[in-house]
Design a protein around this ligand. Structure first.
Ligand code: SAM
Length: 273
């Protein structure tokens, strides 16, 4: 099937059956499981997925691809919509059905990789795993370790809310058209314990800390320190200094493990309530 790839929709169709098989083999769900594919395009990954997971459902925005898929796979359940406007909860957890956790798969449209990741992470209780192809550079950030240049907001957030694994690298030569960058497949497994802390505050803390990643935390998160210990109640900054000492704020954001961000958020919240 040839539909003219649209750059604006991040369309790079996979042409290598070996890579396609590796992606499908990375899904660890039972054959009667709940598998959803994002961006099936012209069905390169959809066909082998459907063979293995007959109740596969897909989300695709491009009407031309939807028409083709409908004609080729009449039994395939297709949601023609923007994945970023999708409420996973309302689309896939149907009334009267027992909850069936979702394995989500996709050779993602790269222009919206991060928002897709965060939409899945935000509704993570619905998912067991996500197998996503993305730019290699983004995959390296998701799985980066502390004290590396790739370690940042994306790494900490992903590693708090899931267990990411870098599965394999994919050459740009197996796509039509070829993207400008190398790709990689990552699997996120949603089996990490709930950190037991307000996710909104945690997000603000991580973001603020990395916005000035070269500074020590006592400087980069000064605004949060001042909100927690306002000048009126701590005119000489003694409480702030004490808190900074106790929580190792002489370090920089890139030195903190994801679990240490959770501990820090909890320490702040203890002071507030
Ligand atoms: N899965 C196919 C393959 O591997 O050959 C196509 C992958 S292509 C990189 C990304 C797909 O995502 C395209 O089919 C594109 O139309 C679709 N897409 C782009 N933006 C989307 C959006 N906001 N919501 C749903 N699908 C989208």
């Amino acid at each position: 099937m040839s539909i003219k790839p649209k750059k604006s929709l991040g369309q790079h169709f996979l042409t290598d059956s070996n890579i396609i098989r590796k992606i499908v083999d990375s899904v660890r769900c039972a054959t009667d499981g709940n598998v959803v594919e994002i961006g099936p395009g012209t069905g390169a990954v959809t066909e082998p997925l459907l063979e293995r997971f007959p109740s596969l459902e897909v989300i695709e925005i491009d009407e031309r691809a939807v028409d083709f898929l409908q004609a080729t796979y009449p039994k395939l359940k297709i949601h023609q919509q923007d994945v970023l406007k999708t409420s996973w909860q309302s689309l896939f957890q149907r009334e009267g059905e027992t909850e069936r956790p979702i394995s989500v798969v996709g050779n993602l449209p790269y222009y919206i990789t991060s928002p897709i990741l965060f939409s899945v992470i935000d509704e993570r209780s619905l998912f067991t795993e996500a197998i996503f192809m993305m730019q290699k550079e983004v995959a390296e950030r998701l799985t980066a370790k502390t004290r590396t240049k790739d370690y940042g907001i994306l790494s900490v957030q992903t590693q708090i809310w899931s267990r990411p694994e870098y599965l394999f690298t994919v050459s740009r030569h197996v796509f039509n058209p070829k993207p400008n960058v190398e790709s990689a497949v990552v699997r996120l497994t949603f089996d990490t314990p709930d950190p037991g802390v307000d996710p909104v505050f945690l997000k603000v803390l991580i973001r603020t800390a990395f916005n000035q990643r070269r500074k020590t935390l006592s400087n980069s998160i000064k605004s949060i320190l001042l909100d927690t210990f306002p000048k009126e109640s701590d005119p000489d900054g003694a409480k702030r200094t004490q808190f900074s000492l106790e929580n190792g704020l002489h370090r920089r954001a890139e030195e903190l493990e994801p679990s240490e961000f959770i501990d820090l958020a909890k320490a702040f919240l203890r002071e507030t309530f």
